[in-house]
Ligand binder design. Structure first.
Ligand SMILES: [Zn+2]
Length: 235
């Protein structure tokens, strides 16, 4: 029995050493990642799309205010909805890698992680013909090999995350937090797809409604937004 317990203990310890500990260290000490930009503009980023219902609505709102953003997309969704990816590119947004499926790096071998990145890059490039330079891992999870495996990409994290993947949050409170957090050089992360584990399907609809108000107010206040490809040389 005690051998079983020791075995379980070793497995848990290895799991922590492989995923949780590197994630905490990388994020706290900002090793090889970007959490803010050194510019007067701010950057809005979206994870988990494209979604056939919400992403086109979001693109309409962005177009209305002429705001360029950055999308971290799921490769398998890119394959399903290539026309949305083409539209993102045509309208001047930056497209980066989230993963091929929405899987935590904590349970991926370095080889499988590399495959997720390569497959997503290929799916984006086939759609847009553009170079892919940016990566953000699902849930912001890193493993011991992530920085090596993803060295060709700039790893973008965020200054502010809002919990907008839940309907309650996207509906109530999001707008106030967006207003309070908007500042020079910050990176926001929002979500244009509610299909992922822990998210709620209808949440992006409420996020888009509040973003619409936020962007209208921001334009009046003179807040400026930037898409990450414009910063490629600075980062
Ligand atoms: Zn995600």
């Amino acid at each position: 029995m005690s051998y079983v317990l020791i075995g379980i203990g070793i497995v848990i310890l290895l799991f922590f050493c492989y995923g949780a500990i590197p994630t905490v260290l990388i994020r706290v000490f900002e090793w090889g990642i970007v959490k803010r930009i050194h510019r007067k503009e701010m950057a809005i980023t979206f994870d988990d799309g494209p979604n056939p219902k919400f992403t086109p609505q979001l693109l309409d709102v962005l177009k209305k205010y002429d705001v360029k953003v950055t999308f971290f997309v799921i490769g398998s969704n890119v394959k399903k909805y290539p026309e949305i990816i083409k539209r993102m590119a045509d309208e001047g947004h930056t497209i980066g890698i989230h993963s091929y499926e929405h899987i935590s790096s904590w349970i991926l071998s370095p080889f499988k992680l590399k495959k997720q990145l390569e497959m997503t890059e290929k799916a984006i490039t086939e759609c847009t013909g553009q170079k892919v330079s940016f990566y953000r891992p699902p849930w912001g999870h890193f493993n011991v090999f992530t920085l090596i495996v993803s060295k060709k990409y700039t790893k973008i994290m965020w200054s502010y995350i809002f919990g907008d993947w839940k309907v309650e949050k996207a509906q109530n409170g999001l707008l106030e937090e967006l207003r309070a957090s908007a500042n020079e050089g910050v990176i926001f992360v929002l979500h244009d797809n509610g299909d992922t584990l822990g998210a709620e399907e209808d949440a992006p609809g409420y996020m888009i409604q509040n973003l619409d108000i936020f962007l209208e107010e921001s334009k009046q206040k003179g807040i400026q937004f930037i898409t990450l490809k414009e910063l490629e040389r600075d980062l």
